[in-house]
Ligand binder design. Sequence first.
Ligand code: 1PW
Length: 211
Amino acid sequence: MADTFSLQKVLEAFRSSMSENKEVYIKYYIAGWQELVSFMNSLGNVFSFISKDVVSKIQILENFISGENGSYYATIQSMVKYELENDLVDLIKRDSHPESGCRTLLRLHRALRWLELFLERLRTSSEDSKTSVMCSDAYNESLAQHHPWLIRKAVGVAFCVLPGRDTFFDVMNAGDHTQVVALLGESLPLIAEVYQITEDLYAKNNLLELP
Ligand code: 1PW
């Protein structure tokens, strides 16, 4: 069942995204997100407004990768260098480059922090923990700060209808609970590293608040 969601595939993608010299391949980074989108879609319509936005961000980045300057979009590092050197990023307000690779990836980057926090909570959760609470705690600690009120409300509603912890573990398709927890323990440091590398790169270039 090649096209069924599995946590393993998400983690593999993020694992593959890191090169030996710690650059991050955009192609695999968005492949990880693609998997998460299929997961969100399997959770029902409430999640479609979330997945739609992620899909459109993935699409923007894919267009850059397959476009005529695609070679500059191989890694996040090469993209940042290329877009900055060629004045392709709106730094203060959205203007002539409203959908630069840098600002688009920043949105996914912020969401990756949410994912990291959520999966860490899931890993250390107990049987009576609620996925909706874990999700919203992780969200409030990360992404929520970047979202206006209306989006925060809508995301909150979506979290309320998340399946319970048992179903969640099953949907992840990674074996029994112990195996899921082990897989998470092994892979979370990698997601954290990809996140940190991107965060440092964006911080160094003053890109963390891109409009
Ligand atoms: C259990 C699965 C739940 C997955 C949630 C993880 C992804 C969270 C993405 C939230 C997206 C909410 C709707 C869209 C918001 C956009 O305004 C926002 N996009 C993101 C990815 O945060 C900002 O993009 P924009 O408006 O500046 O182009």
